[in-house]
Ligand binder design. Structure first.
Ligand SMILES: C[S@@+](CC[C@H](N)C(=O)[O-])C[C@H]1O[C@@H](n2cnc3c(N)ncnc32)[C@H](O)[C@@H]1O
Length: 259
């Protein structure tokens, strides 16, 4: 599959995604960010790059730690456009670049102290190439945090049967070692009346795929976190709590370039 399809998906979904993730009770705010916050290195005066930054949600969050520079790369112009509007409202230092992270050859070696990516690597077919670039552009002693879709969750993404068929609810079932292209309606879009349902395409990487690509790149794994949902959901939203316990959405790797 070529990147144009994924770019189009994200251009079409941009505003719906921003509305969904910006919500205070979103999975990303309540689960993903809570874990990432505890894993961050000291970011003061550091150079940060956010790969697949989308509308810049995490880039803006990093700003409170007073880094020297924050660069956000994303292939979707519509996501970046929203990000730039937020940047202007805030007077933020984040620099948005419209760029495909599958080719980072223009970025200089050792040029960032902290590399970050959230929920983007399942759109990349060849993890080895991206990991090689991450190693190359990360400064020595630099940290990289990769928050990826938990393989248990992406294993449930329906596989593509033909270009137009929509998956049924029963198609969301674990196919862990099946590497077929996945095609599904994003669950957060299914419930948004303002946007027409459309198929969204991605890959499913197993835990071995992630770990082998990281190990091959030469970066060291320091920590691997599978964040839990908030305790308060047990009382205010038990179904959501149990749903997340059964099929967790996030896995967060903390990596270090030692040599
Ligand atoms: C689920 S969104 C995550 C956005 C942001 N990281 C966040 O957490 O809010 C995935 C993002 O990855 C971007 N993306 C997918 N493939 C990409 C690629 N090859 N190069 C750059 N960006 C890509 C999409 O455009 C989209 O903005």
């Amino acid at each position: 599959m070529n990147n144009v399809d994924i770019e189009k998906d994200w251009n079409d979904m941009a505003q719906a995604y921003e509305d969904f993730t910006a919500g205070e009770d979103s999975y990303s705010n309540k689960i993903e960010w809570m874990a990432i916050k505890t894993m961050l290195p000291n970011l003061k005066d550091k150079r940060i790059i956010d790969l697949g930054c989308g509308t810049g949600r995490f880039s803006f969050l990093f700003e409170e730690f007073q880094p020297k520079q924050i660069v956000g790369l994303d292939m979707s112009e519509a996501m970046i456009k929203i990000g730039k509007e937020i940047k202007n409202e805030r007077g933020s230092i984040v620099q948005f670049l419209h760029k495909n992270i599958e080719d980072m050859s223009e970025i200089q070696d050792n040029s960032f102290d902290f590399i970050f990516s959230s929920t983007t690597l399942h759109y990349i077919e060849n993890l080895n190439r991206v990991m090689r670039d991450i190693y190359r552009i990360l400064a020595k002693e630099g940290t990289c945090i990769l928050s990826v879709i938990n393989p248990v969750y992406s294993a449930c993404y329906p596989v593509i049967k033909d270009a137009v068929s929509f998956p049924k609810d029963e198609d969301w079932t674990i196919r862990y070692l099946d590497k077929s292209l996945r095609a599904y309606i994003q669950p957060w879009i299914e419930y948004n009346d303002n946007i027409e349902d459309s198929l969204s395409y991605s890959y499913h990487h197993t835990m071995a795929d992630y770990i082998n690509a990281i190990v091959k790149s030469g970066i060291v794994i320091e920590e691997l976190v599978e964040p839990l949902p908030p305790e308060e959901w047990k009382t205010c939203n038990l179904d959501r709590y149990l749903g997340y316990i059964n099929t967790p959405v996030y896995t967060v790797f903390k990596l270090k370039k030692c040599i």
